[in-house]
Design a binder for this molecule. Structure first.
Ligand SMILES: *[C@@H]1O[C@H](CO)[C@@H](O)[C@H](O)[C@H]1NC(C)=O
Ligand SMILES: *[C@@H]1O[C@H](CO)[C@@H](O)[C@H](O)[C@H]1NC(C)=O
Ligand SMILES: *[C@@H]1O[C@H](CO)[C@@H](O)[C@H](O)[C@H]1NC(C)=O
Ligand SMILES: *[C@@H]1O[C@H](CO)[C@@H](O)[C@H](O)[C@H]1NC(C)=O
Ligand SMILES: *[C@@H]1O[C@H](CO)[C@@H](O)[C@H](O)[C@H]1NC(C)=O
Ligand SMILES: *[C@@H]1O[C@H](CO)[C@@H](O)[C@H](O)[C@H]1NC(C)=O
Length: 414
């Protein structure tokens, strides 16, 4: 059964960290301590409309994604227009509110993405809400995608008065729904870190030593998002291991067949399952589909000239080298995604690949490192060595995922 909660600022920090694989930890959703009001009392807070803050910005923004590759560009320091929202203004901010968790340098919030050939259109929350009237926008994937979903909610939050929005958990917390009631617009996040079924599908307890994927089954998840109007997928980090235990059969049945399959092959199978589902079940006249490319990690400082045990900790500047690519991203996996999408296109279905990998590669300054919620008590040894518990995978908010959403916004409207 689903419940509707009216969430009070800063009580959405429901996310629990868990340690996973050498690549890093992944995130679980931990629904505790949610303070809520019944619907009628939603107006405890006055309903004051937030005044749209007029921001100075170049008015001659030329934009046409036909002729312009928005992913090819550079970062420009812009402390007039960025961040697009203030950290403390976002009701639904989560554990990646780096400033709240002690980060003092603020430049990471002030970067604008400038495509080489044109300008990004200005993100306008009202315009997006109007577009989403009576519609569902669903982010499907892992904690990186969840971060992007939080960013999207924050970008919109201050334009919706408190009584006219809600946060709602359902399907055992696999689905979180932000709703702007006036518009009957939903912006949702669905947890399925490998897209297809796996033994990591529980949003709370998925810290399992041995990952198992049912590369041929997606319906358990897909039935909950198939009818969405805008779908944003990702899956990458959870595959970063040489082999995947792949299951034919169900988790419940005793006669399932397990095979250790090379990761790339298993990834390919999973994306085939995903694309076959889309081909048959998606209403082409209704849904817009996006796939976020790999989000890079900055865990190996050696790559940009630091000592061997350095990482994103204390990094306050981005990488300047044009075209920089770290070992945290696997171009072979990018190619598999591209192939799956090209194949779908031949079958008459468009999925836009959101190529955010390169632009994020530069941003070694954008990760939380130690400035995030710590779910476990740190011991002395860790405290003595901050790099040992730095999160160089996720991103601070406001920050890089806001730019991903600006790019998404641009593509939604073309
Ligand atoms: C992604 O964008 C970068 C920067 O424009 C480009 O170099 C790279 O080839 C693109 N990759 C794909 C798969 O489109
Ligand atoms: C923006 O940055 C410049 C250069 O660092 C600084 O001089 C200026 O005071 C900053 N403006 C704001 C509004 O923070
Ligand atoms: C957003 O769009 C609305 C409707 O087109 C417009 O009235 C408003 O001025 C825009 N806001 C900003 C900040 O550009
Ligand atoms: C509200 O939005 C949902 C989609 O999220 C849609 O199915 C429903 O018909 C909408 N309600 C109204 C009254 O239009
Ligand atoms: C929720 O979790 C419980 C216990 O794990 C399980 O019995 C139930 O089937 C789950 N419900 C859904 C909708 O997944
Ligand atoms: C999609 O739109 C086209 C053209 O308007 C129409 O011919 C077709 O029947 C529609 N398909 C579905 C599944 O509604």
């Amino acid at each position: 059964m689903a419940k509707t909660y009216h969430i009070v600022p800063s009580t959405l920090a429901l996310i629990r960290r868990s340690l996973q694989s050498s690549v890093g930890f992944l995130i679980t959703i931990f629904v505790i301590g949610v303070i809520y009001f019944p619907r009628e009392n939603g107006g405890l807070d006055d309903q004051k409309e937030e005044v749209l803050t007029a921001t100075k910005c170049s008015t001659n923004q030329i934009y046409s994604s036909q002729s312009c590759d928005l992913f090819s560009g550079r970062w420009v320091f812009d402390n007039k227009s960025y961040p697009l929202y203030k950290e403390e203004e976002c009701t639904f901010m989560n554990e990646f509110a780096c400033q709240k968790f002690g980060r003092k340098d603020m430049n990471y919030q002030h970067w604008r993405w400038q495509p080489h050939q044109c300008n990004l259109p200005r993100f306008n929350a009202t315009v997006l809400l109007e577009k989403l009237r009576n519609k569902r926008m669903v982010f499907v994937g892992d904690s990186l995608n969840r971060g992007q979903w939080v960013s999207m909610v924050c970008l919109i939050d201050k334009f919706v008065p408190p009584a006219l929005k809600s946060m709602h958990f359902s399907l055992n917390n696999s689905l979180i729904t932000f709703k702007a009631k006036e518009y009957n617009a939903s912006i949702e996040f669905y947890w399925s870190p490998l897209l297809v079924e796996s033994n990591s599908d529980d949003p709370v307890t998925h810290r399992l030593p041995d990952r198992i994927v049912r590369a041929h089954s997606i319906d358990k998840h897909a039935r909950h998002w198939t009818d969405a109007d805008i779908l944003i997928f990702n899956t990458y980090l959870w595959w970063r291991r040489p082999f995947m235990n792949t299951l034919w059969g169900t988790f419940e049945s005793a006669d399932g067949i397990f095979k250790r399959v090379g990761m790339l092959r298993s990834y390919e199978m999973a994306l085939k399952t995903w694309s076959d589902w889309l081909e048959i079940h998606i209403d082409r006249n209704k849904s817009q589909l996006f796939f976020m490319s790999m989000s890079p990690a900055h865990q190996w400082g050696k790559e940009w000239g630091k000592t061997i045990d350095g990482n994103c900790y204390n990094e306050q500047e981005m990488i300047e080298k044009d075209g920089y690519r770290g070992i945290g991203t696997d171009p072979r996996m990018m190619r598999i995604v591209e192939d799956a999408i090209a194949d779908l296109e031949r079958r008459g279905l468009q999925v836009k690949l959101m190529n955010i990998t390169q632009l994020s590669e530069y941003r070694k300054d954008g990760h939380p490192s130690i400035y995030r919620k710590q779910w476990e008590v740190l011991n002395e040894e860790q405290l003595a060595k901050p790099t040992s518990y730095s999160d160089c995978i996720h991103w601070c908010l406001p920050g890089v995922p806001d730019v991903w959403n600006e790019l998404l916004y641009a593509h939604i409207f073309t």
